[in-house]
Ligand binder design. Structure first.
Ligand code: GLY
Length: 579
């Protein structure tokens, strides 16, 4: 070995091995028996597994499973814990979608706990005198909040399918809020990034920043007494505390003070919706997704239908030829999204057609295997959509064959940025997911039509796509991701990597991703692709743009050996644990 190689060994390899040992040791202290996880090896478990964006929340879920709770108990426990430990996305004043697969009956239920527009909302409520969208109003004001659904959703699913009480599953979250949490990198980074926006609101500044306005550093403790009070109210009195009781009163008082729309009547009338999941098949697997107002379930099935006729496994993972086919399928699906998708309670959506194999055959015929088909119209504003960190996903599988795949959000990171005084809870800004002015792109650069126009009690269209895949009727894969529209494509690629490319779930998670959303007509590729591949894609006519990481998936794959899980390393702080 020459001197140079020896030096490299000491400088990089030894610290690398020490780092890996340290990681595994640290994970082992957190209670999971199977803890090894890296870019090539999944976390393993035999009896149950939890994957979430935040390690302490994952541990709470695993503890619930170990004590005999089922996947539903664990998922609800994790969801409330994330409201404390992942304030940018976990929530009690937001909403989301959950798929529950029941081991006993083989049934899969979809629970829509998405926010609803308040009764006083109107079609043009965000248009200023010049008929332009007032983005501050639609994104960062009391008027940007939809009527929250998380508490109703969690209480419902626990009552119907859980085995523990609300009090039992919320208790760990209350403890965390009362005793405080040690700030990790993610909290420090996101609070730093959101400082200007969040400190506009004195209550938010009081709770999330130090008295001198500075950010808590990694290792310091943050205590959330008001949030502990809210969680305790919900634990003691049930969801009525949130929708009719003391929390509701504080929320409505703040709305009145700041010109918001949510009233006691809105809160009392809030209802979750139990919907028929959308179902498709892909190379012998059943694909189960969230129906509208999620757009993801439909479009993931639609893209898989288009791609099923191409031998992606033979064409090869992340080769220019397979990426081209995937990108062209994305474009076709996102074009349909802009036209057809909205709240199914208000708008007829041709769901059956969109997910039919025949329609996919028709669409596939539009794909030229060698050349790009340009997106039909050029967007005059050509917005550059940014990665959104705000949404978060939880996957849980238990020994009873139950599976939960739940995605929840406040919309933006920390939602509207408004903490309701006395409650410690951040308010969503989900109203911005409506098409405030149909035909004008929203904050993700997505175009929406009349189907997604604002109407009172309507739910805004979402990209959130919790997915469950079955093989021979048994749980195979649970996955989901944040990332606005990008999450739809991130999940698609995890599924393709597992099924077509036979990757294990860690490899499938870590493989580089692409994103195309029809408009703007750009193919986003994560850093790390070979420049030769871009060049080949450009030769086919793609406008390739390198982008930040796409999505942050939380996945559990059931294999013959047991549960295999992987938390995406694209964002720090996530953890999968199995036992
Ligand atoms: N708030 C992002 C989404 O629902 O897709």
């Amino acid at each position: 070995m020459n001197l140079r190689i020896k030096l490299i060994t000491f400088k990089f390899l030894i610290p690398f091995f020490l780092f890996c040992f340290g990681q595994n040791w640290a994970l082992a202290q957190q209670g999971g028996i199977y803890t090894q996880s890296d870019v090539f090896h999944p976390v393993r478990g035999q009896q149950g597994m939890v994957a979430s964006q935040e390690a302490r929340a994952t541990q709470i879920g695993l503890d619930i499973l170990k004590k005999g709770g089922n996947a539903i108990d664990a998922a609800v426990g994790v969801s409330f814990a994330l409201a404390v430990t992942l304030p940018r996305a976990g929530n009690i004043a937001g909403g989301g979608f959950m798929l529950v697969h029941l081991g006993k009956t083989g049934q899969t239920i979809s629970i829509d706990y998405r926010e609803m527009a308040p009764l006083a909302a109107s079609f043009d409520m965000y248009l200023n005198e010049g008929e332009d969208v007032d983005k501050k109003l639609s994104q960062l004001s009391h008027k940007s909040a939809g009527v929250p659904g998380t508490v109703a959703g969690m209480a419902y699913v626990l009552k119907e399918y859980g085995t523990l009480s609300l009090k039992e599953v919320i208790a760990p979250a209350i403890r965390l809020a009362e005793e405080g949490i040690i700030v990790n990198e993610d909290i420090e980074y996101t609070l730093n990034k959101g400082k200007k926006r969040l400190q506009q609101w004195p209550e938010t500044a009081r709770i999330y920043y130090k008295p001198d306005g500075s950010v808590y550093s990694v290792g310091e403790r943050m205590v959330f007494k008001d949030l502990a009070w809210s969680l305790n109210e919900i634990a003691e009195k049930g969801p009525s505390a949130f929708y009719e009781g003391a929390i509701a009163q504080k929320l409505v008082a703040d709305m009145k003070k700041h010109g918001g729309l949510i009233t006691m009547e809105d809160l009392k009338k809030y209802r979750i919706a139990i919907r028929e999941p959308v179902q498709g098949t892909y190379r012998g697997h059943e694909i189960i997704g969230m129906p509208p107002p999620s757009s993801g379930g439909i479009h993931i099935i639609q893209m898989l239908n288009i791609l099923e006729a191409f031998p992606l496994g033979d064409i090869g993972p992340n080769s220019a030829n397979s990426l081209h086919l995937i990108a062209e399928s994305m474009k076709l699906a996102f074009a349909d999204r802009s036209k057809y998708l909205g709240d199914p309670d208000w708008w007829d959506i041709p769901i059956k057609g969109l997910i039919s194999k025949n329609y996919a055959t028709e669409l596939r015929a539009m794909i030229n295997r060698d050349r790009v088909t340009p997106s039909k119209m050029v967007n005059p504003e050509d917005p550059d959509p940014y990665e959104s960190d705000e949404t978060t996903h939880i996957s849980v599988m238990d020994q009873f064959g139950n599976v939960v795949s739940s995605t929840t959000t406040l919309n933006f990171s920390f939602g509207s940025g408004i903490v309701v005084p006395g409650t410690g809870m951040l308010l969503n800004d989900e109203m911005d997911n409506f098409a405030a002015k149909p035909g004008v792109p929203n904050s993700y650069g997505l175009l929406g039509g009349q189907a997604n126009a604002i109407q009172p009690t309507k739910r805004p269209l979402s990209s959130m796509s919790p997915m469950i895949l079955l093989k021979d009727g048994k749980p195979f894969l649970a996955t989901g991701s944040p990332g606005g529209p990008r999450l739809i494509n991130a999940i698609l690629q995890v599924i393709i990597n597992v099924i077509d490319h036979r990757m294990n779930i860690a490899e499938a998670t870590n493989a580089r991703r692409i994103h195309h959303q029809w408009k703007p007509d750009k193919l986003r590729v994560e850093k790390g692709f070979n420049p030769d591949t871009w060049r080949l894609l450009e030769e086919k006519g793609h406008q390739v743009r390198v982008t930040n990481s796409l999505g942050s998936t939380q996945s559990i794959l059931k294999t013959e050996e047991g549960f295999n899980g992987s938390s995406d390393p694209r964002r720090s702080g996530a953890l999968t644990l199995g036992y």
